[in-house]
Design a protein around this ligand. Structure first.
Ligand SMILES: Nc1ncnc2c1ncn2[C@@H]1O[C@H](COP(=O)(O)OP(=O)(O)OP(=O)(O)O)[C@@H](O)[C@H]1O
Ligand SMILES: [Mg+2]
Length: 262
């Protein structure tokens, strides 16, 4: 089996257990999800529900206890060190809450670092599109300490996109930003899906951030329990409030509701 053309990443009955015996924690309890290409998907759920674990398993940063993960045509499950390194370098991009830029490099050098590490040439036309879209043209020679938080996160966004990965994974990308800078980053992520066909998966606690997504998946106790398509921030908030009443005894409890995709 491989991921079909329209699917950028897929989890098939993924279980993730940490520890053993009395200390065992089931972080993911049979999660199956397909992430369609060119879509912006948000993952929400209470603290400890498994959001980061799911993202890390999909991105090949963490191994699964059971089940399969695919990114594009690559079966991530079972990859060894070399394959995982190549996957992380060539097929996925990351945006973290803490930006994770290298302080001694300029903005431009930070953006092109993944290509440099992979020994690849910069596609100058694409670099220019990305830099202009995130509005960093006049900041390229600045170092991270000379940039605002919002500008640093836009550098991180450009770095994630410059190699045209199958999927960009973002864990709380606006967690450290004021609302204006957050809106700029979210607007950019939304445009990169709509205009450039970039697949984006974002973990967030913020209903407003989730409302930029085409699809919002809700986790509870390691299960996907709800899903909304192109929801408003209010719909996301309402759904979060009612997650408490969702039963997760069975292994598949997905309820579809909310506005349809346009
Ligand atoms: N390395 C680990 N060792 C043991 N347990 C872990 C580990 N990482 C996560 N867990 C547990 O797995 C469960 C899911 O954690 P995860 O970090 O995926 O949650 P989350 O939804 O991202 O939460 P948050 O919103 O607080 O970031 C939690 O119960 C957590 O305590
Ligand atoms: Mg988390």
């Amino acid at each position: 089996m491989s991921a079909s053309d329209g699917v950028a990443a897929r989890a098939v009955d993924v279980w993730k257990e940490y520890g053993s015996g009395d200390a065992a924690v089931t972080a993911l309890a049979g999660v199956s999800v397909e992430l369609e290409r060119s879509r912006f998907t948000a993952i929400m759920g209470p603290s400890g529900s498994g959001k980061s674990t799911l993202m890390h398993c999909l991105a090949g940063l963490d191994d699964v206890t059971r089940g399969e993960v695919w990114v594009g045509d690559t079966k991530v499950t079972g990859l060894r060190d070399k394959g995982l390194t190549e996957l992380r370098r060539d097929k996925v991009g990351f945006i973290f809450q803490q930006f994770n830029l290298l302080p001694t490099l300029t903005a431009e050098e930070n953006i092109t670092l993944p290509l440099a590490i992979g020994g690849k040439k910069v596609d100058q036309a694409w670099f220019d599109v990305v830099v202009d879209t995130v509005g960093l043209r006049d900041r390229l020679s600045h170092r991270p300490t000379q940039l605002s938080g919002g500008q640093q996160q836009r550098v991180a966004c450009a770095r994630a996109l410059v190699s045209r990965p199958d999927v960009v994974f973002a864990d709380e990308p606006t967690g450290n930003l004021d609302s204006q800078s957050g809106a700029e980053v979210l607007g950019f992520l939304q445009r990169s899906a709509r205009e450039f066909g970039q697949t984006i998966v974002m973990v967030t606690h913020d209903p407003n951030a989730a409302s930029y997504a085409d699809r919002v998946i809700f986790l509870k106790d390691g299960h996907i329990v709800r899903e909304l398509l192109s929801p408003s921030a209010d719909e996301v908030l309402e759904t979060m409030k009612h997650l408490d009443s969702v039963q997760v005894a069975g292994s598949q409890v997905v309820q579809h509701s909310g506005s349809s995709r346009v």
